[in-house]
Ligand binder design. Structure first.
Ligand code: NAD
Length: 487
């Protein structure tokens, strides 16, 4: 009989020390459906310890110069980069994404997050204004807020967590971070690098567990004045309620129902593969993924034919398969949820052009219980359908025709979300006009997911509150004060 493999056991990281927890949660390998790791099921007690450590570390960390903090962040980046392969393997196993994507996107971007904020913290300035007639001058100063509570989701685990940890630290805050209980491994691995990089004990504390237990304990703690949250809209609602009695500073990066608008003068050679990628990258589990594709009527049939053909080429495979474009979804429950949307669409009379229920998924025997699903294209669906209005967050996209520019803007804006949109057209005037009228925090034209980290990132309407980026994150992680001097 084969020996049972020991489970990976994670520990909380508080005050520079790894600490065991009194209870644990099982964590599954999405590609096999087997438990392979146990995550601390932390609660109030662990949050109290982390808050104490973070508060004690704050005076010293916040009084370091930006240059000193920058040096430490760069050290973290260097160490992470040296272990890139190890982190990529772990992220792929924990999340189900392809190893190729973890290697080329998740971990390199996590490294870049530290480097980027290590650099940007050196370049903030403030202005002074004069009131000579009153003999006064005014200026502003910024100070770190204190202990920052950071909560992140499972789709881009280390990428999104470091996108919060790096700016919070750079601005002089100390941190309590809570990654998703479904994907905690790379955050735990990061803790092992912090001491070596010169991060003092208590500056970064990582506490693992569920949203309901440890997440709520963090959000409702009176000594944590700021919460940066990335996740779903219902969780954001709860976090807002828990934060309200304390008037906490909140940044909420939430879901999307992102449209792609494809005009008849679009370059389909570029648009088709980019829209397949924007719909199905990371199993469709990116908040910026396209899930409503509006195509001008005159090219609808041609686009659909090419799009379905290209989608069928988007191979689903085990995460380590170098030819796979898509791995496994995050969990059994999520897979069921995503599938249920396809069933609802069918019940409404929509057509499934490829994927779920139409094509056959082929997987090795040991991955049969993994959470895999084929990329699925739905047509003949009404704008009011739940598949066209609710965030599915999986490899399912809808394609619908439109007639005019005015009409498509109205339809694209008709959902409660407003995170990202793409516009495809070779008419420069139209591109500018449409981009301006879309209710969306980000608009990509004739491309997708090209990110400029200096510029604001975030959503409108139910996609969130606040923006992240060089200046925006700095503003969020600091308090501003106006000082008037009479001379
Ligand atoms: P989620 O809201 O279920 O969980 C996100 C995090 O919040 C997890 O760490 C979870 O444990 C924690 N949490 C859950 N309930 C909580 C509570 N009551 N109090 C405190 N913390 C709690 O989201 P998810 O399923 O992990 O992630 C998917 C969602 O994230 C999608 O809606 C997606 O669009 C969104 N997302 C948004 C962005 C963005 O930048 N706008 C990026 C990635 C993902």
């Amino acid at each position: 009989m084969a020996a049972t493999k020991a489970l990976l056991m994670l520990e909380n990281f508080i005050d520079g020390k790894f600490l065991p927890c009194s209870s644990y949660i099982d964590s599954y390998d999405p590609s096999t459906g087997e438990v392979y790791c146990r995550v601390p099921n932390s609660g109030r007690e662990e949050i109290e310890a982390a808050v104490k450590a973070a508060r004690e570390a704050f005076p010293s960390w916040s009084s370091r110069s930006p240059q000193e903090r920058s040096r430490v962040l760069n050290q973290v980046a260097d160490l992470l980069e040296q272990s890139l392969e190890e982190f990529a393997q772990a992220e792929s196993k924990d999340q189900g994404k392809t190893l190729a994507l973890a290697r080329t996107m998740d971990i390199p971007r996590s490294v870049q997050n530290f480097r980027f904020f290590a650099s940007s913290i050196l370049h903030h300035t403030s202005e002074c204004t004069q009131m000579d007639h009153l003999g006064c001058m005014h200026y502003t100063v910024r100070t770190p807020v204190g202990v920052a509570g950071l909560i992140s989701p499972w789709n881009l685990p280390l990428y999104l967590l470091t996108w919060k940890i790096a700016p919070a630290m750079a601005a002089g805050n100390t941190v309590i971070a809570k990654p998703s209980e479904l994907t905690s491994v790379t955050a735990w691995m990061l803790c092992k690098l912090l001491d070596k990089a010169g991060v003092p004990p208590g500056v970064v504390n990582i506490v693992f567990g569920t949203g309901l237990r440890v997440g709520e304990a963090l959000v409702s703690h009176p000594e944590v004045p700021l919460i940066s949250f990335t996740g779903s809209q219902p969780t954001a609602e709860r976090i807002t309620q828990l934060s309200a009695p304390h008037c906490k500073k909140l940044s909420l990066e939430l879901g999307g129902k992102n449209p792609a608008i494809i005009f008849e003068d679009a370059n389909l050679d570029e648009c088709v593969p980019a829209t397949v990628r924007s719909s199905f990258a990371n199993q469709g589990e990116i908040c910026l993924c396209t899930s409503r594709i509006f195509v001008q009527k005159s090219i609808y049939s041609e686009f659909l034919k090419r799009f379905v053909e290209a989608t069928r080429e988007w191979k689903v495979g085990i995460p380590s398969d170098p030819l796979a474009s898509m791995g496994a979804l995050i969990s059994k429950a999520h897979l069921e949820k995503v599938r249920s949307y396809v069933r609802k669409a069918l019940a409404e009379g929509a057509q499934i052009r490829c994927g779920e229920g139409v094509d056959k998924l082929s997987l090795p025997a040991r991955n049969k219980a993994g959470y895999f699903m084929l990329p699925t294209v739905i047509t003949d669906i009404k704008d009011e359908s739940c598949c066209m209005t609710e965030e599915i967050f999986g490899p399912v996209t809808c394609v619908v025709p439109f007639d005019s520019e005015e009409e498509v803007i109205e339809r694209a804006n008709s959902v409660k979300y407003g995170l990202a949109a793409t516009v495809w057209s070779s008419n420069v005037g139209r591109v500018h006009r449409v981009a301006k009228k879309l209710q969306s925090g980000l608009v990509w034209t004739n491309c997708w997911l090209i990110r400029e980290l200096n510029l604001p990132f975030g959503g409108m309407k139910s996609s969130g509150i606040g923006r992240e980026g060089a200046k925006d994150s700095y503003d969020f992680f600091t308090e501003i004060k106006t000082i008037t001097i009479k001379h």
